[in-house]
Design a protein around this ligand. Structure first.
Ligand SMILES: [Zn+2]
Ligand SMILES: [Zn+2]
Length: 330
């Protein structure tokens, strides 16, 4: 499972940063969180294919979070896409998608389905859920929490034999989570299964002031992606425009018990946002700056992987570009 930062800038693109878009590759699906202008071109510079995007989760309807959709959809169409594209977002998303689909002259060859999500509403995938959380911005806005369903423990035939369960269909029923009766004894799945494992949890704040509801929903995230638009000396600006400072993002990640925090949505005032990382690290040591085209192997819980577009050659595996931890630190 990999997380790709396609854009990490807030409000407007800069020479260093595209506006926000984050892709999560999970099994056959690529989930896209926000889609800033130029997202499709960022995809082309990465090892991810935009044709594989199955669902887009828009946090809110400020342009830096969705203006990449018209071009992305038209390029998907140009490339012969047939599979439906699902677009989720807060109130106003259906109208936005409707407008996008009527922008310019083209015949759409696939379904684009928009769905507006309420606070705490859940989107169900094959083996994951994405929960929408109402956050605190200047317009209706959602944060998202992706959670992979955990896997049950491995079946232990030795234990089953000890309990007198005959090999055959009863094994299958126990593995499927059912209890079975052998003679007078009820054998429950937990008696014959090893320890279960929790699934991966990834949370993304979108644009928001530090938000209690998001913190609660994101509790225990393996990776938290939180906006950190400015440094704490500009907290008054952050309050007015509904954003978080790096310190606020880091404090929230610490309260939520996140393993890793990736900061995004940097103000265009920072050519190099290192000052934001320095600030965040004081409150949450496992803080990192997201960089455009950085890829994280979420399952390994480590931030060891990155590539910049100028380094990429055809067929390059991003995993071959280890990024020393200190490279994104002061
Ligand atoms: Zn924004
Ligand atoms: Zn915004």
């Amino acid at each position: 499972m990999e997380l790709l930062f396609l854009g990490t800038g807030g409000s407007v693109p800069t020479p260093e940063r595209n506006t926000v878009a984050i892709a999560l590759r999970h099994g056959p699906e690529v989930l896209l969180f926000d889609c800033g202008e130029g997202t499709q071109r960022q995809f082309m510079r990465s090892s991810f294919s935009f044709m594989k995007v199955t669902r887009v989760f828009v946090t809110h309807l400020h342009g830096d979070h969705f203006l990449g959709l018209p071009g992305l959809i038209q390029s998907m169409n140009f490339n012969g896409r047939e599979k439906a594209l699902l677009i989720y977002g807060p109130e106003g998303t259906m109208q936005m998608v409707e407008s996008v689909l009527h922008l310019g002259l083209f015949d759409l060859g696939f379904d684009v389905v928009a769905r507006e999500l309420a606070d705490a509403e859940m989107v169900e995938g094959d083996d994951f859920t994405v929960k929408a959380i109402k956050v605190e911005h200047t317009v209706p806005a959602l944060g998202y929490v992706f959670e992979e369903r955990g896997s049950p423990g491995r079946f232990r035939p030795d234990r089953a034999r000890e309990l007198g369960v005959p090999e055959g269909p009863l094994y299958a029923r126990l593995q499927a989570g059912e209890s079975v009766t052998v003679g007078d004894v009820i054998v429950t799945p937990d008696m014959v299964l090893g320890a279960s494992t929790n699934g991966i949890k990834v949370s993304y704040s979108g644009d928001t002031r530090p938000c209690e509801a998001f913190m609660e929903a994101a509790r225990g995230s393996d990776v938290m992606v939180h906006e950190a638009t400015v440094e704490s000396s500009l907290v008054d600006k952050a309050r007015i425009f509904g954003h978080s400072t790096a310190e606020e993002a880091a404090r929230l990640a610490a309260s939520a018990g996140a393993r890793k925090l990736y900061l995004v949505h940097f103000s265009g005032r920072y050519e190099d946002p290192a000052v934001l990382l320095e600030e965040a690290s004081n409150y949450f040591p496992e803080s990192y700056l997201a960089v455009d085209l950085m890829v994280i192997d979420v399952r390994k819980h480590k931030a060891a992987i990155s590539h910049q577009f100028q380094d990429v050659r055809p067929g390059d595996d991003p995993n071959d570009h280890p990024l020393p931890r200190d490279q994104h630190r002061i």
